[in-house]
Design a protein around this ligand. Structure first.
Ligand SMILES: Nc1nc2c(ncn2[C@@H]2O[C@H](COP(=O)(O)OP(=O)(O)OP(=O)(O)O)[C@@H](O)[C@H]2O)c(=O)[nH]1
Length: 417
């Protein structure tokens, strides 16, 4: 396991709790990446130094810590410019990486589908490209060294061309995979299946809740970003309606924009949702700011208008009568995804919210048409079902999406004398 020194520049004008939360999060990201935090070096200054990120004195102090703790890596809580990366590297014997690289490393390790892996590689190359250019600049600035500049530039050009070529290939692969996926989605849409999508701050318990909701096993780890690829499962609600539930990558404060772009596809499951289930870790001291981060990212993704059910998770560890530390809009409820507490309640809230987007119907189906009956039970929210023995007809009342083909047809037939 690698030994790590973390370092951060803290702006005193910034809210101190934010800086502390961000640093605490960086440490848990280090743990997720398999490292051990040996020491922390922070510096109060209004903005990072343009050349060395931390001041030169602080950089020396970091090198002392590196020697003292025999550290392998220094992780900076921010994004290093190419120049800062180089000059900080020159001042320490440890490897220097920034927050973006750390997150990219974790993503690379955890991507499970082909699409996820391509997205990560694309994000890594996007990060790398300007840094190669940075090296080129400093090489040309060195200038004088005969024999260094020419070959250096040439190699740099080759590297850049190679990287751009690889990026083009990856983009082509992605387009192919996405086209395939949208075909699958069209097929699903024809089945009229409602889409629920779990969103939430990283580690809030989305994967655990997906398992509890659908009663299946999948990996849930006490590590950040256990989920990198959309994971969609079928779910049968109490009324018999079958729906889809998707897990999504955990949201995080200060997610680098290169990554947001790279993971847009994962987040397509968000904009496609009929209803979002926002999972909050009710035990987190940062629950309020985590909630804000998620809501803000949802807005940025254009999903601000989609109805939300808020789930306050890990409730079994809260004392009875605890006042919630988060202000949330209705509908919301406490659950324990781990202990399967109140999952049935959540199923019912999901049905309630769904019915608000649907239209009421009352239809008759001949008992002889078992297939049609089955379809209606699976694709609508059946509220009541009675059987008329004389007419050998079922009478069904419930809610269905506007334009549901069978329901529309049966409604019309019902109107005829
Ligand atoms: N005590 C308690 N722990 C829970 C509960 N639900 C989830 N956890 C734990 O919280 C941790 C994170 O759970 P995950 O389901 O992996 O969280 P996630 O939101 O999918 O995480 P990312 O993929 O990182 O976004 C795991 O250690 C879970 O066991 C709960 O109801 N109670």
């Amino acid at each position: 396991m690698e030994r790590v020194i973390v370092t951060a520049v803290i702006d005193e004008r910034e809210r101190e709790t934010d800086a502390r939360a961000s640093l605490a999060e960086l440490k848990s990201l280090v743990t997720t990446a398999g490292g051990t935090v040996m020491a922390t070096a922070t510096q109060n200054r209004p903005a990072p130094d343009v050349s060395t990120y931390v001041g030169k004195g602080k950089a020396e102090e970091i090198q002392t810590l590196v020697e003292e703790w025999e550290a392998d890596v220094v992780v900076v809580n921010g994004e290093l410019s190419p120049r800062q990366g180089q000059s900080l590297t020159a001042r320490t014997t440890a490897r220097v990486i920034d927050r973006t690289q750390l997150i990219l490393d974790i993503f690379a390790d955890r991507a499970r589908t082909k699409e996820g892996r391509i997205q990560v590689e694309l994000a890594q190359l996007t990060y790398l490209l300007p840094r190669l250019r940075g090296q080129g600049e400093s090489l040309s600035r060195l200038g004088a060294g005969i024999g260094t500049r020419g070959p250096g530039e040439t190699k740099l050009e080759t590297d850049r061309r190679h990287i751009r070529g690889r990026m083009d290939e990856l983009k082509k692969d992605l387009r192919r995979i996405r086209k395939h996926r949208s075909t699958i989605r069209e097929q699903k849409d024809r089945l009229n299946q409602p889409q629920f999508t779990l969103v939430g701050y990283t580690n809030s318990g989305k994967t655990t809740l997906l398992n509890a909701l659908t009663n299946e096993d999948a990996l849930a780890e006490d590590l950040l970003f256990a989920t990198l690829d959309p994971l969609t499962r079928g779910l049968r609600l109490p009324s018999g309606l079958s729906a889809r539930v998707s897990d999504t990558v955990g949201f995080i404060r200060g997610l680098p924009t290169t990554l947001i772009a790279a993971f847009r596809a994962t987040l397509e499951e968000v904009t496609d949702a009929d209803i979002l289930i926002h999972v909050i870790d009710a035990t987190s001291p940062e629950a309020e700011s985590e909630k804000q981060t998620v809501l803000q990212l949802l807005n940025e993704l254009g999903a601000g208008e989609i109805p939300v059910i808020t789930v306050m998770n890990k409730a079994e560890t809260l004392d009875e009568g605890t006042v919630p530390i988060v202000n949330v809009d209705r509908p919301w409820l406490y659950v324990s995804a781990k202990e399967h507490h109140h999952i049935g309640d959540l199923h019912r809230v999901m049905e309630d919210e769904l019915s608000k987007q649907m239209a009421f119907y009352a239809i008759h189906i001949p008992a002889s048409n078992g297939r049609l009956l089955h379809t209606i039970r699976q694709t609508t929210l059946v509220q009541s079902e009675t059987f008329d023995e004389e007419k050998e007809m079922y009478k069904l009342e419930g809610y269905a999406f506007e334009g549901h083909p069978q329901v529309e047809r049966l409604k019309k037939e019902g109107q005829e004398p």
